[in-house]
Design a protein around this ligand. Sequence first.
Ligand SMILES: Cc1ncc(COP(=O)(O)O)c(C=O)c1O
Length: 406
Amino acid sequence: MTIHDAYFAQLQAALLEEGELRPRLIVDLDHNIDQAVAFAARAGKALRLVEKSLPSFELLDYIARRAGTRRLMSFHQPFLTLDARHWPDADILLGKPMPVALVERFYQSLTGDFEPQRQLQWLIDSPERLEQYLGLAQRLGLRLNVNLELDVGLHRGGVPQGRAGALMLSALLQRIAQHPQHLRFTGFMGYEPHVMMLPRLFGEPERLLAQAMATYQARVQQVQREAPALWAQALAADGQPPLTLNTAGSPTYRLHEQEQVSNELALGSGLLKPTHFDLPSLAGHLPALFIATPVLKTAGAFTLPGAGRLPALISRLAGRGKQALFIYGGNWLADPVSPVGLKASGLYGTSSNQQVLLAPAETALQVDDLVFLRPTQSEAVLLQFGDVLAVRAGRVVGRWPVFADA
Ligand SMILES: Cc1ncc(COP(=O)(O)O)c(C=O)c1O
């Protein structure tokens, strides 16, 4: 009797052929990358890869080559340091503001050919942070590229919406203009996942996106009006990164075909499509991230620990039509996906060592068979399994180390 469909049966065969009998993370290549590349070409926008969601240098490099981009969005100073070391021609935008002490640490740990002045944009969310960065730039004799975080409706900080935002942006631009030897304006970052993630009660995605991009456009026009010299400098991009009007993320990138405000889209998790990204906007993407792990024990009927009638009764009720099995590892941010009907037990308690799962009684699972789970997200899960196994057309084609802190 088959326990997996054709896709997972082939994956199991490929992994067993490689002698893989410990928990492994699988990335299935190409389909989602090609979807994203085709979309970006249609929309006339560049793609920026979200490094925290794809935290393996080889994985990032593979995707970047296939997608024809050198743009990365970084979120963690140790990873930023690794990016700059491994990828001297990268164009890097920070996806969140870094404490100024970590900015200093980045410059201290910098080695190799990466040139921050030409290739790196720091994200600034407030006048206070700009002052801190200016102080550092003056002290270390650096020139820092400043990309300004916009609140386009997410309310996670940055230049706020409305009049308060207009005033803050004026102040930020003035300060940058006063210190050309230490600061350069290189663009905006306006992230808008709320457009897709909010309940429909709050508005249709198209309407929320139109509002977000109207805010974005007003900020662009404000720079053009109030600081034309800074705008011209950003456009000329002489010795500094090209003007970067960044927006989007996996949930929303496909909504940006028509708008003319942004010039690049950030994208990470959607290329792997963990379960949190099972969204209508990503219907064209396929699940491409799996945990494979062997069955260590088939335990037959589900039996809760403890003696007496009550555990026995609850076990019988909860385990009706099911068999219990113990897997190698567990307790991941993941949901079982194959064999069909495989589920975590809400009663037994979970374990990172040997988690119990329940399978339909008729599933002919044996010790050393593999079961598959789908992670709910990529960023934390990808770092938990050692090398990622890259798979193409059902074959293992690479073993790619994941980032460790630099
Ligand atoms: C600023 C920013 N841009 C884009 C993204 C999108 O990342 P992903 O495509 O992995 O969801 C994120 C995710 O946290 C983000 O914070």
